[in-house]
Design a protein around this ligand. Structure first.
Ligand SMILES: NC(=O)c1ccc[n+]([C@@H]2O[C@H](COP(=O)([O-])OP(=O)(O)OC[C@H]3O[C@@H](n4cnc5c(N)ncnc54)[C@H](O)[C@@H]3O)[C@@H](O)[C@H]2O)c1
Length: 260
């Protein structure tokens, strides 16, 4: 049966591949992005986050079946905090009421294997406390040196988002309302976000040291799109609060037995 999906980040990479896949499957997709989308919003801006909810409500007649929150930035700048954490959480929380009438409501967001990389504990705490001005100020400090502290910003946003999913998935408003809330954690996926990091053999070797992917190496966006589509489908009735690593094995190599 055709369902209505909201996909953020739909103009590029993983979000685009997901929107295309869902449309090929016969579903109705409301694409959201900074440009080239049904709804154009800047997810770093609180007013745009509100407009997103209003415009999705208008376009969908107030009823959607799934939220697929993909939009993200991987730059060592404060805006990464705005879109990857606050934008993603606002998308999921803001659109959640529109799932209420669906026979099979679903929600999924994109974290990253970078959640396993070193992060800034102060920033992670500010994110989870919902303190956006505080988190942006901390990110500004970290961004002063892009190569060292700035590089902690991205992993911090993804670790905080993964924890947010874990903390919220079993709550009455999600599991209690019959909505599976989960995340995916991709390894290196070849998209415009990573294109400049994999141009030379030296770059690829260095990246695989940071993100070991013994199973089939770097992946294409469609690989993650298929998982997102399943997590947001009617078939997913019982995954709750999982962060599913789709990373060619980097979680296994880096954490080994640590999670068990
Ligand atoms: N590519 C990878 O290797 C990889 C790995 C792990 C996680 N991820 C995550 O996957 C998601 C998608 O990444 P991608 O590789 O497809 O990147 P991408 O750059 O191809 O696409 C990201 C999309 O998000 C949109 N976006 C960025 N800032 C926005 C904002 N302020 N408001 C609205 N939209 C905004 C961009 O316009 C773009 O269309 C991100 O959350 C990223 O962190 C990517």
């Amino acid at each position: 049966m055709a369902r209505t999906y909201v996909v953020t980040g739909s103009a590029s990479g993983i979000g685009r591949a997901t929107a295309e896949l869902l449309r090929e499957q016969g579903h109705h997709v409301i694409g959201v992005d900074l440009h080239d989308a049904d709804i154009t919003v800047d997810l770093t801006a609180p007013t745009d986050r509100e407009r997103l909810v209003a415009e999705v409500a208008e376009r969908s007649g107030g009823a959607i079946d799934a939220i697929v929150a993909v939009a993200g930035l991987a730059l060592p700048i404060p805006a990464t905090v705005g879109v990857n954490y606050f934008g993603m959480v606002a998308t999921l929380e803001g659109l959640r009421p529109l799932l209420a009438g669906s026979p099979a409501p679903r929600a999924v967001g994109v974290a990253s294997m970078a959640s396993l990389h070193p992060n800034d504990a102060e920033l992670v705490d500010l994110l989870l406390a919902g303190d956006e001005p505080g988190a942006l100020a901390r990110a500004e400090v970290l961004a002063a040196d892009p190569e060292t502290t700035g590089a902690l910003i991205y992993g911090s946003t993804k670790a905080a988002f993964a924890r947010w999913v874990r903390r919220n998935a079993a709550r009455p408003e999600w599991a209690g309302a019959g909505i599976p809330l989960n995340a995916v954690a991709p390894g290196v996926i070849i998209t415009p976000m990573t294109a400049a990091m994999v141009e030379t053999a030296e770059q690829r070797t260095a990246l695989l040291e940071l993100v070991p992917m013994p199973l089939n190496g770097f992946a294409e966006a469609i690989t993650v799109a298929r998982l997102l589509a399943w997590l947001a489908s009617e078939e997913n009735t019982h995954l709750c609060g999982q962060v599913v690593f789709i990373d060619g094995g980097s979680d296994v190599v880096i954490r080994g037995d640590a999670t068990w």
